[in-house]
Design a protein around this ligand. Sequence first.
Ligand SMILES: C[S@@+](CC[C@H](N)C(=O)[O-])C[C@H]1O[C@@H](n2cnc3c(N)ncnc32)[C@H](O)[C@@H]1O
Length: 331
Amino acid sequence: MGRKMRRRVKGSPFRLAATPGVQPNRSLFSFSSAPGLPTLRILNVLETITRSAEFLARKGVDSPRLQVELMLAQVLQLPRLKLYLNFDRTLEAGQLDQLRTMVKRRGDREPLQHILGTSCFCGLEFAVNPSVLIPRPETETLAQRAGEHLKRLAQHGEGKRFPVADLGTGSGCLAVTIAAESPQADVTAIDVSAEALAVARANIDRHQLAGRVKIVQSDLFRSVPPERFDLVVSNPPYIPTNVLAELQPEVRDHDPRAALDGGADGLNFYRRLAAESPAYMGTDATLMAEFGDDQENAVTTIFREAGWREDRIVADLSSKPRIIVARCPVT
Ligand SMILES: C[S@@+](CC[C@H](N)C(=O)[O-])C[C@H]1O[C@@H](n2cnc3c(N)ncnc32)[C@H](O)[C@@H]1O
């Protein structure tokens, strides 16, 4: 499983290797007395981007230019591509200062999303902070499959409402996307972390879905009022505990441990999902859960042995098995 995260170490967005050919300490981007702290003496957009990207490359940050452009776009309150029409624009001292602080944070391997305060998921913008997992592209496949499933249900039950549970909602990215895409769904967003639920609440409000997404603080279903859900989705913590230390700094030091740590073999949450969910699901209800690399067989076995009928395994956009779709045993 750890390979899912190790793959991220090698690939975007946080590759560890420096960009080849970058010359350190170019004249317009020197270092102040604070070690590693860049002093930007550049006055225009293009030079600022170039020198800041060189600094980030030396710090081992992947896609450094793109990352600088995104930070500078926020500072200047411009769409990123508009920077290209403003290369000669002179930056004010306050703007340079603001960018310099952001670039330093990124150079210290703080995730870009924490610096910007937002993350994009399925084309929607979500507030994020260190209390929640930064939504991952793999999880967009889960949101899409849930949307397709609810569409099929809606075709056979016109006017009917479909209760959906999102277990371990974090930022609320799945709950909000599902509610936004599926007008007949009423979503319960569940998390054990009050801090995570505060972020989920902000995102539910941001997308004006408070009428259809409610939040419940609960250890799995334990504090959820009795209800029979038609669909349960979950992206649980699934990293084996002993792999956590190997993750890249952006993940290891900045994503909440409760969002990552799946216990000794990474599978604790699946055992509980398989055992505890049926009491909250209707006849023939469906569960869709994300899992990590190399966990397909173990997760499938857990659900099969608990009496679930496996519908299928869905691959993510990199063609890796990523989601189990299973139908609830009769309770
Ligand atoms: C991997 S994160 C997923 C967050 C979000 N759904 C996403 O896909 O980006 C797992 C979430 O499960 C929550 N969690 C961990 N253990 C839990 C438990 N026993 N009951 C409910 N939520 C739990 C964590 O707080 C975290 O927010």
